[in-house]
Write a protein that binds this ligand. Sequence first.
Ligand code: NAD
Length: 339
Amino acid sequence: MRPSMSLIRSASRVARRTYSTESVPQRKVAVLGAGGGIGQPLALLMKLNPLVSHLSLYDIAGTPGVAADVSHINTRSEVKGYAGEEHLAAALEGCDVVIIPAGVPRKPGMTRDDLFNINAGIVKSLTTAIAKYCPHAIINMISNPVNSIVPIASEVLKKAGVYDEKKLFGVTTLDVVRAKTFYAGKAGVPVAEVNVPVVGGHAGVTILPLFSQATPKANLSNDYIEALTKRTQDGGTEVVEAKAGKGSATLSMAYAGALFADACLKGLNGVPDVVECSFVQSSITELPFFASKVRLGKNGVEEVLDLGPLSDYEKEGLEKLKPELKSSIEKGIKFANQS
Ligand code: NAD
């Protein structure tokens, strides 16, 4: 089954199982950066999600076309497109979930941190607007560098007096999607059955897949595990290089973003036991933000789950990632408080 179809079918199944069609709650979802490489396919996938009643597509330009196009699809949600900052308030008002893929992507040779100067400012201004127009919305932050962008958003929301740590998420789902795909290939198990937690952050060595906890179990050698870990950490760069200057992952990211937003909506709607990995405010390590498994509920984060048993290789990886993740977090906090 194609991934997007499986997402839609599982969302429909959950909707049918959990509520009668009439009682599916009204949910407004906004995509900020909806005209971009991620934004457009993400808009499509959110239009296919039966848990969405209102889909708000915002960008600085180009959104009326995307909105008109997507709006002809005969699914539940009503679609509106908004272009330009003067329409941001209308795009955000009443939102339950705001997904942010606004900003510039990487080119070959760039790290995610190289995007900081441009994307930090974009996300700061979008988060300021969220604080004003939909302060209770769940925020799914896709823009890179996620490790610094999420701390920036938390500071902006704190300053506005509306920070709720249960509602701010860095989207690391693509790391999980990649880890599952690569593991299934090496382990020779059906990819649809694979589960692999990915913890830490969302850049290079801060991405730590926990293959020792992967299911279905497979007896992979240490060399295989190291190669899988490296490939998961470099998955984004693999795409950046293959696209040769035309951006970074967009289609797989849209899939991952839609999967995570769907999980947030299920949580909001009271579906039990919705667990996904995400970069959130955390106390499971000494770092103030950390990606791990998170149980999602009616208020966003219901529980941040701990790391579980780690192999020696993973323990080493965890210690190795901490200094880089710490400095990326501090960089975000400093930017938010200086600028
Ligand atoms: P893109 O350049 O194709 O699209 C970005 C869109 O953002 C553009 O349409 C642009 O007009 C819009 N934009 C710029 N400033 C804006 C503003 N102030 N308000 C609203 N929209 C604005 O880039 P892309 O490939 O879609 O990537 C977007 C971001 O997602 C990048 O930062 C990229 O690094 C990141 N990304 C994250 C992950 C992840 O796993 N979290 C994966 C891939 C890419």
